[in-house]
Design a protein around this ligand. Structure first.
Ligand SMILES: Nc1ncnc2c1ncn2[C@@H]1O[C@H](COP(=O)(O)OP(=O)(O)OP(=O)(O)O)[C@@H](O)[C@H]1O
Ligand SMILES: [Mg+2]
Length: 250
């Protein structure tokens, strides 16, 4: 699960990680952010139908409950196998990355995102993966997903921080809150110019946080996010690759 304060680079890093991992694995990217909508565009994949619609919409999620959600999403009682989901709910990027969008809040007064987080949590808890499959989950900004216990079904949490004390503070809360779950926890510093990287690494150390990787400010990412469309990156690609190696995913 890729988590962190708003705007730190969760979407960018998850798309770049998905691309790199897709050279070796069958990668799925699950968009569990209920607000932002451009992840398909960044990935270069068509917009899939939100998975919550497969279950009858947000209003049906709590009514169904965990058992019936899993039943609806499974075939042959094996748990949730992503490649068995209907095609319209899993779109594909040019590299073959499968994109699943949990659902979005769009209308005034339509209710909170709790059912969406509950669906993500249930999906992850009952996910059945093949040896060559990797699932990356991009969460909503901040800490709402912690309140819903979405992390329970994950193997690891990667917190993305930018060069701000606020994002480090949120990462510390994340680390502390998932401690009882005994998940792996990694911290990646993004958008770091050389001048600030050392300051943040030192600051993190003082807070009991280890920075597992640093991704620099990449003009190409910045420009590509300014213009929209498929995410482009340049020098940060090798840094993202180094992060994946450092945390033993490559
Ligand atoms: N390595 C980088 N170099 C330069 N700019 C970057 C980098 N990573 C991210 N950005 C900039 O930061 C912005 C936010 O990145 P991104 O959308 O990935 O953050 P996020 O954490 O997913 O945000 P949100 O919390 O809104 O979902 C991008 O639009 C881009 O302008
Ligand atoms: Mg995002």
């Amino acid at each position: 699960m890729i988590c962190g304060k708003g705007g730190t680079g969760k979407s960018v890093i998850s798309v770049l990680m998905a691309r790199i991992l897709s050279r070796k694995y069958n990668v799925y990217l699950i968009d569990s952010d209920e607000s932002n909508t451009l992840l398909p565009e960044m990935l270069g994949a068509p917009q899939p139908k939100p998975l919550v619609e497969y279950l009858g919409g947000r209003g049906s999620v709590f009514k169904r409950g965990e058992v019936n959600i899993v039943r609806a999403l499974s075939k042959a009682g094996r748990g949730v196998v992503l490649k068995n989901l209907p095609d319209q709910y899993v779109s594909k990027s040019p590299e073959g990355i499968g994109l699943i969008v949990i659902g979005k809040v769009r209308n005034y007064s339509e209710g909170c995102a709790c059912p969406l987080n509950y669906l993500t949590r249930t999906l992850l808890k009952h996910l059945v993966l093949d040896e060559d499959e990797v699932v990356l989950v991009v969460t909503d900004a901040g800490i709402e997903h912690i309140g819903r216990g979405v992390e329970e079904g994950s193997d690891a949490v990667l917190a993305v921080v930018d060069p701000t004390a606020e994002s480090l503070s949120l990462a510390k809360t994340l680390k502390e809150q998932i401690k009882p779950l005994k998940k792996k926890f990694w911290l990646v510093l993004n958008k770091a110019t050389p001048e600030v990287a050392d300051i943040i690494i030192e600051k993190a150390k003082g807070m009991g946080l280890e920075v597992n990787g640093v991704i620099g400010f990449d003009e190409k990412i910045f420009k590509s996010c300014l213009e929209g469309g498929v995410l482009k990156a340049e020098k940060s690609m090798s840094q993202v690759e180094n992060v994946l190696k450092a945390i033993n995913l490559l």
